[in-house]
Design a protein around this ligand. Structure first.
Ligand SMILES: Cc1cc2nc3c(=O)[nH]c(=O)nc-3n(C[C@H](O)[C@H](O)[C@H](O)COP(=O)(O)OP(=O)(O)OC[C@H]3O[C@@H](n4cnc5c(N)ncnc54)[C@H](O)[C@@H]3O)c2cc1C
Ligand code: SF4
Length: 573
């Protein structure tokens, strides 16, 4: 597999060696796709990444470690949790993965209202740690704002994106089943991973008792069979450490090597993009200002097109920080909506239960995904009075480790013996609720505090509305009802009341729309007011739907990159 060319030198501003055809800011899920598509179409492309380089496979130090090789068997220490209250709330952080996550004190931000901002600053961004669930959006989602009278209408529909979903799925390698459900259209799938015995039972129970409710295998960016020289997945559920078999999709393992193979990629880690340079005469962006993360030296790079893929909130920070006479409130911000309409998903409501029976059944390995119960509210004939929008669930059944009753555990040899037996079946459901776009949910730049690189701190001001509160109750109660009707026991429900941000699906703040007066980006993710700047990460999202969003960022990015090159070739940019 080709390795990435890493640029090590900084030359003076304006040197020819600082001029490229395209610049991509950020090397995570969306930046990796932008780099691949632009490089493959022949553009000399510079990727600027604020974090350090992570070489695929070589730089995954914990990939083969067992629990006993890790301090505290992988648990984070009390000291770590006290020093990192935000990061410690993220379920994926442990001794084997923590090095991929930004620590609280390293990159502070302000919280007018509580907001858990989970980040990964390195080559590959959060593509190294993500959970890889990738359901397509449908027209229920692209039409939702118009139908419900919230936010603005999306400038695109499912048909605009469908070929690009196929395009990215075929390259990324997505396992899944063709379920024929209009709310999560089918895609280009490798064979699905398998449901276990309890999940099959739950599927049968739901589908026979509730019209329009289904349980399917999550479509997942893990390889169920070898694909384009990668994988397959070995069923170890250790993905957030980095995969030595390239069994899941990451920028490091998939898109960046493809970009590097063209010979057109220059990757520059440790490069904090400070702002985008705007030329008032040309009415175009001409380049970017960069602060070296290690030396703090400032330099500039130039290109004909710029893709901003720093992840929703950092993209917004860069745009807001890019002021000029023409754009005193941030690049392209004629509408005043930059920073507004921040969304996340609502992951607050959960339910779990014990399952009796099927004790003679087990499952193969550690499947790195789960099952998915797609949206059934406020579509088809369902109409809720108390809220608009919909929700889905992630669902997983498993056998407890050790056949020990926690309240009445035996001691000594018997305890050891019981721990070697498999425990009873349990099942969990976690809701993923739509979060409405609201003007009041916003990020602004701090007026008095900057970070170690001189960038203003972001100030988060985002909260749930009554719509999300009502939906949370329905997510909780509907889960309990389905578990009860399946005959499961000791059902427990919880509203975690967790702050926005912790779903790690932050979206909006530079939304797409048809009207430059009310949106930042047009239907090709191009700034209405600066057509050679494209924003294709979560900042572009106009609504949040209730599917995991990253596949949609990938499809939007590939589509925009092809459009950008076409426009360059026609000399429109
Ligand atoms: C534990 C976890 C589980 C998740 N599970 C799922 C899932 O199952 N399905 C799903 O769809 N999504 C999931 N996500 C979310 C998913 O990871 C993000 O949606 C996705 O990574 C966003 O892609 P991105 O390119 O916008 O940002 P990132 O992947 O975060 O990449 C952004 C990059 O930009 C860099 N950067 C930031 N600021 C600057 C700057 N000023 N200059 C230069 N570079 C900069 C960062 O260092 C980073 O490398 C999960 C995330 C986590 C952490
Ligand atoms: S579970 Fe599969 S994809 Fe994940 S790290 Fe292990 S082998 Fe790789």
């Amino acid at each position: 597999m080709a390795t990435t060319k890493v640029s090590a030198t900084i030359l003076g501003a304006g040197e020819p060696s600082h001029t490229y055809d395209a610049i991509v800011i950020g090397s995570g899920i969306s930046g990796g796709w932008a780099a691949k598509e632009l490089c493959e179409q022949g553009l000399q492309t510079l990727v600027l990444e604020r974090g350090g380089h992570i070489e695929h496979i070589e730089d995954y130090p914990t990939a083969h470690k067992e629990a006993w090789d890790l301090p505290l068997f992988g648990e984070m220490s009390a000291e770590f949790r006290a020093a990192n209250p935000v990061l410690s709330r993220c379920y994926a952080v442990n001794q084997a993965t923590a090095h991929h996550f930004v620590k609280d004190a390293e990159h502070p931000y302000q919280q007018r209202k509580p907001f858990d901002w989970i980040r990964g600053y390195q080559v590959g961004g959060k593509s190294l740690m993500w959970a890889r669930w990738v359901q397509r959006w449908s027209d229920f989602d692209f039409e939702s704002n118009a139908r419900n009278g919230v936010g603005v209408d999306w400038p695109i529909r499912y048909q605009d994106l469908a070929p690009w979903y196929s395009y990215v799925e075929k390259f990324a390698g997505i396992s899944g089943n063709r379920d024929g459900l209009p709310q999560i259209p089918d895609g280009e799938f490798l064979p699905p991973m398998e449901m276990n015995a309890v999940e099959k039972h739950f599927k049968q129970s739901i589908e026979s008792q509730f019209p329009n409710r289904h349980l399917v295998m999550s479509r997942t960016a893990n390889l169920s069979q070898p694909h384009k020289g990668r994988g397959p997945c070995m069923y170890r559920a250790r993905c957030a450490r980095g995969c030595p078999f390239t069994g899941y999709f990451s920028s490091n393992g998939v898109t960046l090597p493809a970009a590097a193979a063209t010979g057109n990629l220059t990757m520059r880690p440790h490069s904090v993009v400070h702002s985008i340079i705007y030329d008032e005469q040309k009415q175009r962006a001409t380049g970017v200002r960069v602060i070296d993360a290690e030396t703090k030296a400032v330099t500039e790079y130039f290109a004909r097109i710029i893709f901003v893929n720093a992840s929703t909130l950092n993209t917004t920070l860069i745009l807001k920080n890019s002021t000029s006479e023409r754009f005193p409130n941030g690049l392209g911000n004629d509408s005043g909506v930059l920073g507004h309409y921040l969304m996340d998903h609502n992951y607050r409501a959960r339910a779990s239960a014990e399952v009796e029976g099927l004790e003679d059944r087990y499952y193969y390995g550690r499947r790195p995904t789960g099952t998915y119960l797609p949206r059934f509210r406020n579509i088809f004939d369902d109409k809720q009075d108390q809220y608009i929008g919909g929700f889905s669930y992630s669902v997983g059944a498993y056998r407890a480790q050790g056949n020990v009753d926690e309240g009445d555990a035996p001691l000594g040899a018997e305890f050891k013996h019981k721990m070697s037996e498999v425990g009873p079946w349990r099942i969990n459901m976690t809701g993923m609720g739509e979060f409405l776009p609201r003007f009041d949910n916003k990020v602004t730049l701090s007026k008095d505090q900057t970070d170690a690189w001189g960038m203003p701190l972001l100030n988060m001001d985002c909260d749930y509305s009554d719509n999300e509160h009502h939906m949370t109750r329905d997510i909780r109660d509907s889960a309990a009802e389905m578990l009860e009707k399946a005959g499961y026991k000791n059902i427990q429900t919880v509203d975690s009341e967790q702050a926005p941000g912790l779903a790690i699906h932050e979206m909006g703040t530079a939304r797409m729309g048809r009207d430059p007066k009310t949106s930042m980006l047009n239907g090709h993710n191009q700034l209405h007011a600066v057509p050679n700047v494209f924003v294709t990460d979560g900042a572009c999202m106009t609504s949040s739907a209730c599917q995991n969003p990253s596949l949609t960022y990938m499809a939007l990015t590939a589509r925009a990159a092809h459009y950008a090159v076409d426009q360059l070739n026609k000399r429109n940019l």
